[in-house]
Design a protein around this ligand. Sequence first.
Ligand code: BG6
Length: 520
Amino acid sequence: MTTIQMSVRPEDLSQVQAGTERIPEAGILVIFGASGDLTKRKLLPALFHLRQANLLPKEYAIVGVARRPLGGEFAADMREGIIEFGGVEASDPLLDDFVEHISYYPLQFDDATGYAGLQAELDRIAKAKGIGANRLFYLATSPEYFAPIVENLGAQGMAQPEQGKVEVVIEKPFGHDLDSARELNKQVNAVFHESQVFRIDHYLGKETVQNILVFRFANGIFEPIWNRNYIDHVQITAAETLGVEGRGPFYEKAGALRDVVQNHMMELLSFVTMEPPSSFEAESVRQEKLKVWKSIPSIPILNAVRGQYGPGLVDGEHVVGYRDEERVNPQSGTETYAAVRLEIENWRWAGVPFYLRAGKRLRKRATEISIQFKQPPLLIFNRMASSGPCQEIQPNLLTIRIQPDEGIALRFGAKVPSAPGMTVCPVNMDFDYSAAFGKSSANGYERLLLDAMLGDQTLFSHRDGVETTWALYTPILQAWAAKKPEVFPNYFAGSWGPECSDRLLERGDHTWRNNLGHKA
Ligand code: BG6
């Protein structure tokens, strides 16, 4: 298939990068659950990238909090993480100074008596460094500690200080169904005002996800055709080649629908389908997202399918089935694959099917959105090749590659030169992120951490949004919990998932687009 590249001139780019950004006020970032992987692999590398870009305040401190009795080794471990996962050279001239801002405080999260000590420690650091009262609490613990930490911060008077700004960032999963999400919202909002709460979904930190809004709302030509009159259906795929990677106990309770569909995929869906917000500000963007989610009628159980991987070959290597993964029940009924068909009942989208699928141990790692347009009303060219992609006129397809090979491709038909008559073949216009803008070592948390420090909630979930998406999926989760699947495992690792998922699309006369990662 032919591809046309689009690119940005380096001189234009250097001007963009020299632009002025807002810098947060001095403050202390307190990371609860700091001994976990997220801190070392994502948060600290992202913070260091912000330092490199001069986007951290002059005075700041990062305090890791966890149960283990770690001391100075914590900062040393974070230094290694920054080098290993942040693409940073050990000799980076900013690294030693940055690491000096990191310290550790041991705490049992559910022991209320320990919080006075934490408060004293933060006050001591603030005084020594001239930081003032701004605090950002980042909850990266396992979810059962979210409520106790929030409650203890409140009881200790650390949530509403007299002077300064206090915010709380909460990692996913935010609840495990509607009731638990409501309960957690209640507990959090009893201590923190909603304007202080930042529920994180790391997908919204991805450049390609933010770019969906730019693509739609900073360009005039797509919006007029972005609706039921021109779009036939939309597929959103989050395919992973990885299995559960030692997270068996967590995943046993989660499953694909909870882990990825209810949050990451619904965020993608909202960006693709929301109405243009009146501004790129938290209130407007979150309102539009909520309107879309609220327009989705309940999903019939027949329109939701689940799968679990058995053993198979992934990237040429033999891998075990889910039930043989470490600390997983050998009879487990947990789904490692989920797909749904849903509709959005509003003027823009009524009647357009949206297919969402997410799975582990699939053929290829690819998160993509593909928007298939309707065929022209009358096909006047009918000389086709006898086989291959030119066998029939293919509908226009817009593919947004969220990761990897980030980019956007548009497929359209072109006349094949020198072929007899008017033979039509699909070709692509392709925008490739790294070719246009160069490779980036950012992991997405840079933007989210910076926004949280600046108090900008645009890319964070609102209480109502979280509850609305849980409301949609809770009945499916309940139905699945009530009836153990009869034929698990039902797909081989390294395949494209269970057959029942193909049948879900066949019912709508569609098929999954499986050549993901390729230009349309
Ligand atoms: C996390 C899930 O939220 O997202 C993981 O808990 C999943 O199971 C991950 O692997 C996928 O994120 P990414 O950024 O690798 O697509």
